[in-house]
Design a protein around this ligand. Structure first.
Ligand code: THU
Length: 141
C-alpha cells in the first residue's frame, strides 16, 4: 500500500471506530470523523445528540475539539463516515468549522461502511468562504 493509501486507511479506521461510539438515539444516524494533522497525528470524534435537539453536536465538531485539545491547529485532511446510501457530507456549520483550520485545497473524504466514496476539497464544499484572515484585512470602519 502506498503511504497515501495507508494514511487514508488509518483515517477511515479512526472515523469508523469513533462512529461506533456515536450517541444518536434520536436520528439513529451515526457519524464519525477523523482529522489528520500536518504532524501525522489523527484525532477523531462522533456525533453526540441531546434530548434538547439543537444541543446535539456533529462528529466533525468533536474531532476538531480533540485536535485543539492536543494543541494542534491545522487540518491536513479530514474523513467523515456515515451509513446510508447518500454521501455524508459535512453540514454547513461544520464546513465553516473545518474552514477555520484548513486551506482551500484541504481534502475532505466522505466514507460509507465499505470505504471512501468521494473526495472533495474544502473550496468545493465551501466556495468563496469567510475565514480568520478576513478579520485582518482592510481598514476597520
Ligand atoms: N451529523 C454529523 O455528525 N456530521 C455530518 O456531517 C452530518 C450530520 C449528525 C448530526 C445528527 O446527530 C445526525 O448526524 C443527523 O443529522
Amino acid at each position: 500500500m502506498s503511504r497515501n493509501a495507508e494514511t487514508l486507511q488509518a483515517l477511515f479506521a479512526a472515523a469508523r471506530s469513533a462512529q461506533a461510539n456515536a450517541y444518536a438515539p434520536y436520528s439513529r444516524f451515526t457519524v464519525g470523523a477523523a482529522i489528520l494533522t500536518p504532524e501525522g497525528e489523527i484525532y477523531s470524534g462522533c456525533n453526540v445528540e441531546n434530548a434538547a435537539y439543537p444541543q446535539g453536536a456533529c462528529a466533525e465538531a468533536g474531532a476538531i475539539a480533540a485536535m485543539a485539545r492536543a494543541g494542534r491547529r491545522r487540518i491536513a485532511e479530514i474523513l467523515v463516515s456515515g451509513d446510508g446510501d447518500g454521501l455524508c457530507t459535512p453540514c454547513g456549520g461544520c464546513r465553516q468549522r473545518i474552514r477555520e483550520f484548513a486551506d482551500a485545497a484541504t481534502p475532505i473524504h466522505i466514507a460509507g461502511p465499505g470505504g471512501v466514496r468521494a473526495s472533495f476539497t474544502l473550496d468545493e464544499l465551501l466556495p468563496h468562504s469567510f475565514g480568520p484572515e478576513h478579520l485582518n484585512s482592510g481598514d476597520a470602519p
